[in-house]
Design a protein around this ligand. Sequence first.
Ligand code: SAM
Length: 220
Amino acid sequence: MADEQELAEIQRRHWQDTYTAHPGMYGEQPSAPAVHAAGAFRAAGARDVLELGAGHGRDALYFAREGFTVRATDFSPNGLEQLRDSARAQGVQERLATTVHDVRDPLPLPDASVDAVFAHMLLCMALSTKEIHAAVGEIRRVLRPGGILLYTVRHTGDAHHGAGTAHGDGIWEHGGFAVHFFDRALVDALADGWTLNEVHAFEEGGLPRRLWRVTQTLPR
Ligand SMILES: C[S@@+](CC[C@H](N)C(=O)[O-])C[C@H]1O[C@@H](n2cnc3c(N)ncnc32)[C@H](O)[C@@H]1O
């Protein structure tokens, strides 16, 4: 079994190879959580959005088309290159910046500098519980007072939970992709000191992946 550091490097290479082999693999349409998020962000008065784990950008491009200023991050330069090509083709490059960033590292942004953070299927990647808490701590640091975090994660009711190779700490690897399946206690712990607005169960894709969409806001 790979240790934490090895697993992270193997996963980064796996995502790089996957985006090279399957450009635009998630399609051009925004995900359902992104469509929901755009409404929630607008209702909260948000203008700029930080997206973590943006991949090739189906959702970041949608937020930009919807008029938000977007910073999209991912640890795969290949995914972000595809995102930038699409941004130019769609004429939204002025509102969309990309940064190669591993979510296990501190965010390269000042304190209280963004209105909203979106992360679809990022916090449930090959991250330890400690790394997930640290990432949410960083999100909290860069959000302005009253800021909103909307994330989605695969949970313990997903068909792949408990299948494949066990890496410990809730992480299971199946088909080369390692996933940290969330339980409800982890969702609640990550909302400590925030207002937990919603935990919404939904499904995506053919498997289907079973996910929670979590919305939490910071006090003003
Ligand atoms: C399941 S995909 C979702 C992509 C995108 N959010 C979407 O829904 O189209 C997970 C993404 O997280 C990225 N990722 C995985 N681990 C990461 C990490 N430690 N730091 C930054 N990005 C990571 C992968 O490269 C991939 O683009």
